[in-house]
Design a protein around this ligand. Structure first.
Ligand SMILES: NC(=O)c1ccc[n+]([C@@H]2O[C@H](COP(=O)([O-])OP(=O)(O)OC[C@H]3O[C@@H](n4cnc5c(N)ncnc54)[C@H](OP(=O)(O)O)[C@@H]3O)[C@@H](O)[C@H]2O)c1
Length: 329
């Protein structure tokens, strides 16, 4: 079967190879074997290939934090999953044609879910959901601010905040996405820049911004920190600029803002298995209903992994880049 492996840590489109490896074999007791139908290339996968991610396994390594698959066979004792079921895998190493995992590690999906959307269920939807839930008890009409607002997570935050009646200030590095974000429910869209806090404040007539989400880092974090209110909370959950978050001492010490960090795995680990499953079931049903959605720009075959990786890192793309290892979905 075909699999993506990185042979070194470095520029993803140079270190990733599509190689032939032995098949996964038959499932053991309590295991399922599924074919991978599609996986997205997320910023964390790019960091993994570059060696900047929190885990750095020995080489060669198989990237891939998420995927959607169709079950081929199940081992003895498997009761909740059957052949032909669609599943997402809670384990890594998904840039491959087939996976053999424990029944406990997969979540079954409804058969009518859109396969491309299903490929992106595991990480970004719960991230948006938990960012809105875990830091500040938001009430209807509260304001939040976020950068990378046109990212997949940013768009989900806009939709989910709107569902709760929470209003969003959406910061991007380009203006051509404003109309799309407004159509999704964004209240205010602003370009990132030096006077961000003043521009946000003018639009709000003094109403406080209690919560901010930063996934850029560096000076952009500082601008977000200036924009939130005294005692407000700023959550760092990504670093698209590859720079560490920076915050003004005046904002931290004089105005008492708090800088916190978010990682999905840590947030899910605070919940029991039933709690995690309940979050996924809610998000999956919202995807089936079309209530939440992430745009897709292109789908590549696994043999074109290098082109897919290069594409995913170009600025200003219109949605996720997916790879379909067993034929285009
Ligand atoms: N902590 C967690 O557990 C967790 C979980 C999921 C995601 N995340 C993080 O969430 C962020 C968004 O992920 P995603 O999958 O939604 O991303 P995505 O859909 O691939 O979008 C990437 C976004 O980053 C922007 N961007 C790229 N380079 C930038 C730079 N140097 N400065 C400013 N903006 C830049 C892009 O802007 P243009 O469109 O203008 O190019 C785009 O809006 C990432 O940082 C990711 O690592 C964290």
């Amino acid at each position: 079967m075909k699999q993506v492996q990185i042979s070194a840590y470095g520029v993803p489109e140079s270190v990733a190879n599509c190689v032939d490896v032995p098949d996964v074999g038959q499932p053991d007791i309590g295991e399922v074997v599924f074919e991978v139908l599609a996986f997205p290339i997320n910023p964390a996968d790019i960091m993994f290939c570059r060696g900047n991610y929190r885990i750095r396994p020995s080489l060669p390594a198989v990237p891939g934090a998420e995927c959607v698959g169709r079950v081929l066979t199940t081992g003895a004792g498997v009761t909740s999953i059957k052949p032909d079921d669609l599943v997402i895998n809670l384990m890594r190493e998904n840039w491959t044609q087939r996976r053999r995992v424990s029944e406990q590690d997969v979540v079954r999906l409804p058969s009518d879910i859109n396969i491309r959307q299903a490929a992106m269920v595991r990480i970004n939807p719960p991230t948006a959901y938990l960012l809105l839930k875990d830091f500040v008890a938001l009430k209807p009409d509260d304001w939040i601010i976020q950068n990378v607002a046109n990212s997949a997570v940013g768009r989900l935050i806009i939709t989910m905040a709107r569902q709760q009646g929470v209003r969003t200030i959406n910061v991007t590095r380009r203006e051509d996405v404003f109309a799309e974000l407004k159509a999704l429910g964004a209240d205010i869209c602003l370009l990132d820049g030096d006077d961000l806090a003043e521009r946000a404040s003018r639009q709000l007539n003094g109403e406080p911004i209690r919560l901010g989400f930063d996934a850029v880092g560096g000076e952009s974090t500082k601008r977000m920190g200036q924009a939130i209110c005294d005692e407000g909370v700023l959550v760092s959950y990504g670093s698209m600029s590859y720079s560490a978050p920076t915050v003004n001492v005046a904002d931290l010490a004089f105005r008492g803002i708090t800088l916190k960090g978010f990682m999905l795995g840590r947030a899910l680990a605070k919940r029991d298995r039933e709690g995690v499953q309940a979050i996924y079931h809610d998000l999956i049903s919202q995807i089936v209903d079309g209530a939440i959605f992430a745009p897709v720009e292109a789908v590549y075959p696994i043999e074109k992994i290098r082109e897919a990786l290069a594409h995913s890192q170009r600025p200003a793309h219109g949605g996720k880049i997916l790879v379909a290892p067993n034929g285009i979905v």
